[in-house]
Design a protein around this ligand. Structure first.
Ligand SMILES: Cc1cc2nc3c(=O)[nH]c(=O)nc-3n(C[C@H](O)[C@H](O)[C@H](O)COP(=O)(O)OP(=O)(O)OC[C@H]3O[C@@H](n4cnc5c(N)ncnc54)[C@H](O)[C@@H]3O)c2cc1C
Length: 332
C-alpha cells in the first residue's frame, strides 16, 4: 500500500519506518524548509560569526525500554550522543538536534517546503493530498503527524470522532530566545533551569560538537509564553535576554544579537491514547499530543500507529500493545 504522511517530524518518521519495514511505500510532506519539526536547529549568520542553535528540543530523554533500544541503535550509527550534563537519560543529536531528523528523513521520500492544505477521498477510496505545490496521489492511506490543532481540519471532514479527540488536546506555546555574543559569558553554569520566566536556558558550550561564537537558547515557561503568545518577537527577545542576564547574575552583557521564535504548539500533556487509526477509511493520526509532551512520546506514537495500521491491514484486527504507551514525564 502507499501511505502519505502529513508532517516529517519524529512521530512521522518513526511511523514511516514501521510501514516501510512491513513492505509499504511511504511519502511524507512537510511545510518546513529544513528538517527538524520541533527538534529544529536554526542557523544564524551574525557579526560574530555563524552558529547553529537548537531552538526546539534542547535535548531529549530516553526512559522506556523500546525507545532506549532505538536510541542505542542511533548511537551506533553516529546520530546521537549521551549528554550527562542534561541528566542521566539525556541525549543529543549531533552535530545538532535537527541533524537527527535530517538523517532519519534521508531514508524516505520527503517533500520539504510543501504545505498540505487539504485532502480528499475519491469514489474508489483513494486519497489525494493538495498542497501549495499542487496535488499528490492517489494514495491508499493518509496519516496526520502534526500537532493536534493542525490535525483537526484534516480529520474533521472524514472522521468526526478522531477530530473530537484531537480537539480535546490543547497545546501550550513556548517562546524561545536565541542569543549570540561577542565573548563567552562569565556564567557559573552553562545550563539554567526554572529561574524567573525561564524553563530552560542552555549555552552551546555545554554541548559537544557545537562550534561558532558564544550562543544561548532561552526557553520561557508555558505560563509566561501563554500570556505573551500574540506579542511580536522583537518585543519578546529583550525580555528573555534580560531574564538570562538576571539568572546568570551578570551586571553587563557583551555585545550581542538575538531573535525570539514562537512555538505556538510547543507541547501538550497527552490524551492517554497511543495513536488513532480508522481501518475502513485508512486514515490515521500520530504525534506527541496523543502520548505526552516529549520526543520519546512522539516516537512512541509513531511506532504505535505504524503497528496498528499494519495489524489491521494484515488481519483486520487492530492490535494495541501495552508498550505503546509513553512513560510520560514533561520536558518542563
Ligand atoms: C521549545 C521546545 C522545547 C522542547 N524540549 C524538549 C525536551 O527538552 N525534551 C523532549 O523530549 N522534548 C522536547 N520538546 C518536544 C519535542 O520536540 C516534540 O515532542 C517532538 O519533536 C514532536 O514530534 P512530532 O513528530 O509529534 O511533531 P513535530 O516535530 O512538530 O512534527 C510535525 C511536522 O509537521 C509539519 N507540518 C505541520 N503542519 C503541516 C502542514 N499543513 N503541511 C505540511 N507539514 C506540516 C511541521 O513542519 C513539522 O515538521 C520540545 C519542543 C519544543 C517546541
Amino acid at each position: 500500500m502507499k501511505f502519505g504522511i502529513i508532517g516529517a517530524g519524529l512521530s512521522a518518521l518513526t511511523c514511516a519506518g514501521e510501514l516501510r519495514a512491513a513492505g509499504h511505500d511511504v511519502v511524507l510532506f512537510d511545510k518546513g524548509r529544513e528538517p527538524g519539526g520541533r527538534m529544529s536547529t536554526r542557523g544564524m549568520a551574525t557579526r560574530f560569526g555563524e552558529v547553529r542553535i537548537d531552538h526546539g528540543a534542547a535535548c531529549f530523554d530516553a526512559v522506556g525500554t523500546n525507545f532506549r533500544a532505538a536510541v542505542a541503535a542511533w548511537r551506533l550509527e553516529g546520530l546521537v550522543v549521551p549528554w550527562p550534563a542534561g541528566g542521566p537519560n539525556a541525549w543529543l543529536g549531533i552535530p545538532d538536534m535537527a541533524s537527527l531528523i535530517a538523517r532519519l528523513a534521508a531514508r524516505y521520500e520527503v517533500r520539504w517546503h510543501t504545505f498540505v492544505n487539504g485532502m480528499t477521498r475519491d469514489a474508489h477510496g483513494n486519497w489525494h493530498i493538495s498542497s501549495d505545490h499542487g496535488p499528490h496521489g492517489p494514495l491508499d492511506a493518509v496519516i496526520t503527524a502534526v500537532p493536534a490543532e493542525q490535525a483537526v481540519p484534516f480529520l474533521a471532514l472524514y472522521d468526526l470522532e478522531m477530530a473530537r479527540i484531537a480537539s480535546g488536546a490543547r497545546s501550550r506555546p513556548c517562546w524561545a530566545g536565541l542569543f549570540v555574543f561577542q565573548d563567552a559569558l562569565p556564567a557559573a553554569s552553562l545550563i539554567v533551569r526554572t529561574e524567573g520566566p525561564i524553563a530552560l536556558a542552555v549555552c552551546n558550550r555545554a554541548k559537544p560538537l557545537r562550534v561558532g561564537p558564544e550562543a544561548w537558547v532561552v526557553h520561557a515557561d508555558a505560563a509566561w509564553s501563554s500570556a505573551r503568545v500574540e506579542q511580536a518577537g522583537e518585543d519578546i527577545a529583550p525580555l528573555l535576554l534580560a531574564a538570562l542576564q538576571e539568572a546568570l547574575r551578570l551586571p553587563v552583557l557583551p555585545s550581542h544579537e538575538g531573535v525570539a521564535h514562537r512555538w505556538r504548539h510547543a507541547s501538550s500533556p497527552g490524551i492517554g491514547k497511543a495513536a488513532l487509526w480508522n481501518p475502513e477509511l485508512k486514515l490515521g493520526a500520530c504525534g506527541d499530543w496523543l502520548t505526552g509532551s516529549r520526543a520519546e512520546c512522539a516516537w512512541t506514537s509513531g511506532r504505535a500507529l505504524g503497528r496498528l495500521a499494519i495489524s489491521t491491514i494484515r488481519s483486520g484486527t487492530p492490535i494495541v500493545k501495552k508498550d505503546d504507551q509513553c512513560v510520560s514525564q514533561s520536558w518542563r
